[in-house]
Each structure stands twice: as C-alpha cells, then as structure tokens.
Design a protein around this ligand. Structure first.
Ligand code: SF4
Ligand SMILES: [Zn+2]
Ligand SMILES: [Zn+2]
Length: 328
C-alpha cells in the first residue's frame, strides 16, 4: 500500500505523530514530544546546574538563575521548562533578561513576545540595550561598518554579527551583574552547538571549543557560569514543541543576519545529519571529550582582566573595548 502523504502514529500513544526523530527511530505526538523535551532538559539540568545544598542558609538568598531570552523559540522553550521544572523551588529564583540590540522592526516585536511569556508564567523580566552599555545600536553599526573597516585593519571583513555577538555577551554579563546572577542559562540548541563545534574546529580553535558552555566544571573567574540545558535538543523539535505549547514567539529573521560561515555550517550539519542521523550528537559528544581531555591536562587558563573595563578576557584589552574604540 503506498500513500502519498503518509500519516504516522505516535510511538507512545494512538495520536497522530507531530515529529519524527530519525536518530532514535521514534514518532512523537505533540504531548509526547513535550514530555520528551522536558525529560532531556531535566537531565541536562541535573548535570549542569549544581545547586548549593541549602542556598537560603549558605548564601542567604535563593540561588539566582538569569535566563537569557530573545523572544525566539529556543529561549521561550528554555524559559518555559526552567520555570516548569524549577519554578516551585523556594531555593531557586528565576529572572529572565533580554538584550535589545537596536534592530528596527525586528527586536521590538520579539521583545514583546519575550515580555508576554514572562508575564504569562510570572517570571521577573529585565532588559538592557546597547546604548545602556555605551555601544552603538546595531542599525548604526551596520551604517558605520564601511568606514570602520576602512580605518581599522582589524575590522576588515567583519560582519555585523561579529560586533553583535561581542556586545550581546557584554549585555548579558551586565544583566547578570545587575541582578546578582549565580548562573546564566542560554537557549543554544543541538544544531547551534554542533555548528559552533564545527566552526571552531575548522578554524583550529580547540581552546575556544573547550571553553564553550556549559561551564559547570570549569567556571571562568568573574563570569556567571553559563548553562545550556537545550544542548541535546534539535532545533526542529524545539520549534514544534513551542508551537504545540502555543508559546508567544517571534518568527522574523534579523535583517543583518548574513554570517556566511554560520550559514554554511548550518547547511553542512543539516546534510551530514540527514546522511547519518545522530551526527549532531556525535559532534557535541566529541566536544565534551575534548573538554575532558583539556581539563585532565590541567591546561592553565589564559583568562585575564581587561585593562580598560576589568571584564574577563583572553587578551590585554577585551574585544568589546576594542570595538567600542572603533566607533568613538
Ligand atoms: S543575526 Fe547577527 S546582527 Fe542580527 S541579532 Fe543575531 S547576531 Fe545580531
Ligand atoms: Zn503520543
Ligand atoms: Zn574591556
């Protein structure tokens, strides 16, 4: 019997399947997909989020987790599950924070979604913008980019995302300092992490690979350690789960996105995953093994304090101070 549009049944119940996981062979309905995502988030949290025995006693307040949100599907799922798993604990406090990059027509609607989700589930919402940090808004960065590259050799060929990534990291650090976060949760999914592993290795940046989040076993002094509870969940499953749960999410794309390398890496990862399901998991597992080896050999950390702003950095003056200077 051949049917043009095959409808599958969930491997766990009689409902219609919403998603197929080629790497596990399972078909999952919406309910069972959500359950499966929740299980994987819980498992990652058990590994990555090391809570003090009794935080109220030991640090005098609940253990504070900053959840970096953007209004997109990944961080919406992150916030939703962290709240559903940890929300009722008296020794843990969840605060969501968004960085406003100043991208007209894109960031404000997505911040509205982020704020709506926070008020829906009752999580404190914090916000910081690039100008709050004395950085130019991204729309202005893009406008000045030709001139900046002309005047600064180091800036030649840099894409908007190179600036945005550095500025956003500062924004998140600043939010973490503002609220006194003990840990910061980021919404990177399995595809994001596999792409980063590939790009770092492609550039020979093994140290950088070893420094990728989670920072549970190797915290960087002066920084709230990052956790990435979605790192084993494929992007497609996160998207389907967010839709099934009817979370307010923004679907638009950033007009300045165009990082050619990330795009290429996305295509390569999608292709090898299609050819050999489980490749993404394999790449991330390889990274974990590299990290273990790096810790075993007690590699001395090259992290120091920036001479200008004091933030942790691997160079005398941090990247964000260098970039700030270009715009002055
Ligand atoms: S796509 Fe690039 S410029 Fe746009 S928000 Fe993301 S990092 Fe920033
Ligand atoms: Zn089911
Ligand atoms: Zn600095």
């Amino acid at each position: 019997m051949s049917v043009a549009l095959e409808v599958h049944t969930c491997s766990r119940c009689d409902r219609e399947s919403l998603i197929y996981q080629p790497y596990s062979g399972l078909h999952l309905c919406g309910t069972h997909l959500v359950e499966s995502v929740r299980k994987r988030v819980s498992k990652s949290l058990r590994k990555q989020l090391i809570l003090p025995k009794n935080s109220i006693k030991s640090i005098g307040r609940p253990f504070r987790v900053l959840i970096a949100i953007s209004g997109g599907k990944d961080s919406a799922i992150l916030l939703y599950f962290l709240h559903s798993i940890l929300g009722s604990r008296r020794d843990v406090e969840l605060i969501a924070g968004v960085v406003d990059e100043g991208i007209d027509g894109y960031r404000s609607p997505s911040i509205d979604c982020a704020e709506e989700l926070c008020s829906m589930i009752g999580v404190q919402f914090e916000r910081i913008s690039y100008p709050d940090l004395s950085f130019p808004e991204m729309d202005n960065v893009v406008e000045s980019l030709p001139k900046i590259s002309e005047n600064n050799f180091e800036a030649k060929g840099m894409m908007p995302c190179s600036f945005c990534g550095v500025f956003r990291r500062q924004g998140l650090n600043s939010l973490a300092n503002r609220i006194g976060a003990d840990v910061m949760a980021l919404g990177h999914n399995l595809d994001d992490v596999a792409q980063s592993v590939l790009m770092n290795l492609q550039k020979g940046e093994v140290d950088r690979t070893a420094r990728l989040a989670p920072h549970t076993t190797q915290p960087i002094e002066g920084l709230a350690p990052r956790i990435v509870p979605l790192r084993w969940i494929p992007e497609q499953e996160i998207h389907a789960a967010a839709i099934h749960l009817n979370l307010p999410i923004h679907h638009g794309d950033c007009p300045h996105a165009g990082g050619a390398m990330r795009q290429r890496s996305r295509e390569i990862i999608a292709t090898i995953e299609k050819d050999i399901p489980g490749s993404r998991h394999g790449l991330v597992q390889s990274m974990d093994r590299i990290r273990e080896l790096a810790i075993d050999s007690k590699n001395p950390s090259s992290i120091q304090s920036c001479q200008r702003c004091g933030e942790p950095t691997s160079r005398p003056v941090c990247q964000s101070c260098t970039m700030k200077e270009w715009f002055e």
